[in-house]
Design a protein around this ligand. Structure first.
Ligand code: ADP
Length: 310
């Protein structure tokens, strides 16, 4: 299998450098641009070293519930003893929706000394960075190509004052293009990716590509979640498989990766997302929240047994 190189060989920014050897990017022989790049990489490494777990949420397909899963995973981790120690990087530059889902619309990232930027903090102390906080209006589109997107993601990672976090969750746009590749490149010690799908065969066919993508960039697959997996009638309790069922498990089995579980269609999930409320916190005893909690426990078990990555 072709392996895409997600990391670049860099000088170790954490090491002291007197800039005299002439072979490193801080020497006089270096261009200003390379020096700036080196400084950015140094800051990024320092920031990422303070975050214990970095997990990306991906999918080949849009609209399957990546942002919903990211937000509720963050809330679940915060409720599981990590209050104030969870962050979300909304890496969907063109369609950011994490702020809306967490009731943070209209807030702005504010600047501090030495170019530092402060994330917006929401429910349970969850820290959020999103393109949405930088846009002048809701209608304003971001019409950017790859290099600009890479630069803003790098700045979010290196200039935002994330502080000491237990978890940073990265909500990626669908597919295997610029943003997923940039994030994998910028965070070489990512714990792994969670892949979200919905049960239909159309979704199944495309989402398999996400597994291959993770393998090619050398990032572990924590597991597959099947979202929108049936609807449980609130009156009679019968399960109706609106988008079929079993697609997530089939992806996991055929690609030999863990299956984390399924989440039903629940109007409360949609209503809470639209209303900026944390579904997991508001509906702790609902079947959907319980299904989510079981998924979170599996992710925690993965982390407890995962080999330490350097
Ligand atoms: P994606 O990030 O993959 O594009 P979203 O998380 O934005 O998808 O979800 C798309 C829409 O579907 C949102 O309005 C969200 O509230 C809704 N949604 C997602 N999962 C569920 C679910 N299990 N039950 C009900 N609504 C859901």
């Amino acid at each position: 299998m072709t392996k895409v190189k997600a990391t670049t060989k860099q000088a170790n920014p954490a090491e002291e450098c007197d800039g005299k050897c002439g072979t490193c990017p801080t020497s006089d022989a270096c261009s200003d641009q390379r020096k700036q790049q080196f400084e950015q990489e140094r800051k990024l490494k320092l920031k990422m070293d303070k975050i214990k777990h970095k997990i990306a949420v991906i999918s080949g397909k849009g609209g399957v519930g990546k942002s919903t899963v990211t937000v509720n995973l963050a809330v679940a981790f915060a409720l599981h003893g990590h209050n104030g120690k969870v962050g979300i990087l909304d890496a969907d530059i063109h369609g950011p929706c994490v702020p809306k889902m967490l009731g943070l619309k209209g807030q702005k990232i504010v600047g501090g000394p030495a170019g530092m930027l402060f994330p917006v903090t929401g429910h349970l102390g969850i820290k959020v960075a999103s393109m949405d906080f930088l846009l002048p209006t809701d209608e304003a589109p971001v019409i950017w190509r790859g290099p600009l997107k890479m630069r803003v993601l790098q700045q979010f990672l290196s200039d935002i004052a994330w502080g000491e976090l237990d978890f940073l969750l990265i909500d990626l746009p669908p597919g295997t293009g610029d943003e997923p590749l940039s994030v994998m490149q910028l965070i070489p010690d990512m714990d792994g990716v969670i892949i979200v799908t919905m049960p239909s065969e159309v979704s199944e066919a495309v989402v398999k590509k996400s597994v291959t993508f993770a393998r090619q960039v050398g990032v572990p697959v924590i597991g597959v979640i099947e979202n929108m997996s049936g609807f449980i009638c609130p009156d009679c309790g019968a399960k109706i498989d609106i988008f079929k069922t079993g697609g997530g498990k089939r992806i996991a089995d055929s690609m030999n990766v863990p299956y984390l579980g399924s989440l039903p269609i629940d109007p409360a999930i949609c209503n809470d997302s639209d209303g900026g409320l944390a579904f997991m916190a508001e509906n702790k005893n609902s079947p959907s929240a319980k299904a989510f909690s079981e998924i979170v426990e599996k992710i925690e078990r993965f982390q407890a047994t995962a080999p330490v990555r350097s």
